[in-house]
Write a protein that binds this ligand. Structure first.
Ligand code: MG
Length: 278
């Protein structure tokens, strides 16, 4: 039986020389790396990073988190007498609530949901706020199809910067904020050494990337820094709307530590080559 096989179309560029060239490049790279098997040694003796067991999902607290609300009660908060817990959610009542625990540099996870059906408009719809250190407001607002001034919408550092994008879910659905906070540093005389920095992710979307805060976040005057202790509470605002919250936890953040035991050098076989600074 005669089987007709179509001849493969001629490639538009010669394959064999290309493959040969690529192999040549790989070989050259391999021989180069063998010839110069050189490793950079930074001379730092690092402490072993502590083990942390992540939550089942990214909403669940990792093993080293301080859980501030897990759906049962608001015992971790001051001022919560006039708030309520309904169906595992904390519901805004009269007045702000303030965490009993204080935090400096930290990671915060919080979930919030705006009332449905949505009522009011602008700043009057689904307004609350997460105050880092009790001072610096990351705005919580029903910003789903609800225009307001941009540096006052959900994910804004209030009156300082809008979020990079608006990732708000419709009212009734759950929004997550994952916040990475660097506390401001003050000198003994109260002057600012370094500002607060915030990185924030809203529903998995990066909205603030290492934003340097200009100070506090009031409505009626420019932001300013006033020296305060290195740690402070989290505060959740009552802005008159029955916002709901769940899954609130915090991780204190400490960067990896190590000791510079010796100057950095290059290791080549048994040889140690000093690094010359140019
Ligand atoms: Mg607010």
């Amino acid at each position: 039986m005669f089987i007709f096989r179509q001849r493969p179309a001629q490639p538009r560029f010669p394959v064999r020389p290309l493959v040969a060239a690529l192999c040549g490049m790989v070989l050259t790279a391999a021989s180069l790396s063998t010839a110069s098997a050189q490793e950079f040694i930074n001379g730092i003796r690092w402490e072993a990073p502590p083990l942390v067991t992540p939550g089942q999902t990214n909403s669940d607290p990792p093993s080293d988190a301080i859980v501030l609300f897990d759906g049962t009660d608001l015992s971790q908060w001051k001022g919560a007498e006039r708030w309520s817990v309904v169906d595992g959610c904390a519901v805004v009542g009269k007045g702000a609530i303030t965490s009993k625990e204080q935090f400096g540099d930290c990671q915060v996870h919080i979930e919030w949901s705006a009332p449905t059906p949505a009522t009011g408009s602008g700043q009057g719809r689904g307004n609350s706020g997460l105050f880092l250190m009790g001072i610096y407001e990351l705005q919580i607002l029903d910003s789903y199809d609800n225009p307001t001034y941009f540096d006052g919408q959900a994910g804004a550092i209030y009156k300082q910067t809008p979020p990079a994008v608006n990732a708000t879910r419709p009212p009734g659905e759950w929004n997550t904020y994952d916040v990475f906070w660097t506390a401001p540093r003050f000198a003994e005389d109260g002057s600012l050494v370094s500002p607060a920095y915030i990185t924030a992710v809203h529903n998995g979307v990066l909205i603030l990337n290492h934003f340097a805060l200009k100070g506090d976040t009031p409505f009626n005057r420019p932001p300013k820094y006033t020296a305060h202790p290195p740690t402070g509470p989290l505060m959740i605002q009552d802005h008159g709307n029955p916002m709901r919250f769940r899954n609130i936890w915090v991780r204190e953040f400490k960067p990896a530590t190590g000791v510079q035991e010796r100057d950095p050098f290059l290791k080549k076989g048994d040889q140690e080559l000093p690094i010359t600074v140019e």
